[in-house]
Design a protein around this ligand. Structure first.
Ligand code: HXC
Length: 270
């Protein structure tokens, strides 16, 4: 079959062009991993629609710089909480700071993640455990620390996962196992907490341009042209993921729970 000419599509519009600006007025977001990358973009988009936010991470300098940038860009308050998601105590303190400042939590993004490339033969037990502890246990710890507040607000969770475990992905045994656990946790939260009005969904970004995942971890072999295998002919943009987060937290998604939102169909047969 002749290869289809890849289409260079223009970047998507920012979510503010699609959703009303005030849909998250008086709402409060708690986002782990919000200091950079995709989680920072999701936080910005949600703040652009009126929410205040706490961004949580290990590196205070980076968090402070991001909070300042997001507040300036959106006109909303963004505070920081230094915490390692492997520490339930640090997360509880981050939640307490958020509730003291804003009075409640409506939305949680469990986004903190660790990753490096290593074949299973080269993974130490500690290396495997480290990623499981950041991604899977960290998600569990974040849910435990926030659940009473999310029940009170009848709020919503978004968990950031991956597509690695939907097939065998080389050098990603640790992250594949960890993210499969994240998907499972979200599904359980959806069914257990649904009757209380709490929703839980997963965003599994595919190849998103200009991210640490793509820049540092994706295949660098120039003969592998991932974009050629994506029907829309381009990598995702961080704003594509941000738009999905805005939709999932919005009232438009009030009957959406227990779902895994994945990247557009990826075809190796083109
Ligand atoms: C093999 C490695 C390793 C590597 C670390 N380890 N890097 N093993 N290859 N490249 C091992 C260490 O030797 C150690 O095991 C154990 O892992 C813990 O490492 P530490 O550095 O002590 O842990 P810590 O300081 O807690 O840091 C954990 C980390 C973190 C996961 C390495 O630094 C990190 O997360 N960095 C990158 C974050 C990141 O990239 N986030 C974006 C993810 S994007 P031993 O046995 O020696 O004690 C994403 C989307 C997927 O995930 C995209 C796919 C394309």
């Amino acid at each position: 079959m002749a290869p289809i000419e890849p289409v260079i599509a223009p970047p998507p519009p920012p979510s503010t062009d699609v959703f009303r600006n005030d849909i998250f007025k008086n709402k409060v977001l708690f986002c782990t991993g919000g200091g950079s990358g995709i989680c920072k973009s999701m936080t910005e988009a949600i703040m652009r629609h009126g929410a205040s936010a706490t961004i949580v991470g290990r590196k205070l300098d980076r968090l402070e710089a991001t909070a300042k940038e997001l507040s300036t860009a959106t006109g909303q308050r963004c505070i920081t909480a230094q915490a390692d998601v492997r520490s339930p105590e640090q997360l509880k303190a981050a939640v307490a700071k958020t509730v003291e400042t804003f009075g409640k939590i409506d939305f949680v993004i469990c986004g903190a993640a660790g990753n490096f490339l290593a074949p299973i033969s080269g993974l130490s037990e500690n290396a495997f455990r480290t990623v499981i502890e950041i991604d899977t246990l960290g998600t569990f710890n974040t849910v435990k620390a926030t659940l009473s507040h999310i029940r009170q607000s009848r709020g919503s969770y978004i968990h950031v996962s991956a597509l690695l475990h939907h097939q065998g992905t080389p050098y990603q045994a640790h992250v594949s196992a960890a993210k499969a656990g994240v998907d499972a946790l979200s599904a359980v939260i959806a069914v257990e907490e649904g009757p209380r009005g709490v929703r839980s969904n997963v965003i599994s970004p595919g190849p998103i341009g200009d991210t640490e995942g793509m820049n540092r971890l994706a295949a660098t072999d120039p003969s592998i042209r991932i974009a050629d295998h994506i029907p829309l002919g381009r990598y995702g943009d961080k704003r594509d993921v941000a738009n999905m987060a805005v939709f999932l937290f919005s009232d438009a998604a009030n009957w959406v729970t227990g779902q895994v939102m994945v990247r557009p169909t990826y075809s190796l047969c083109r």
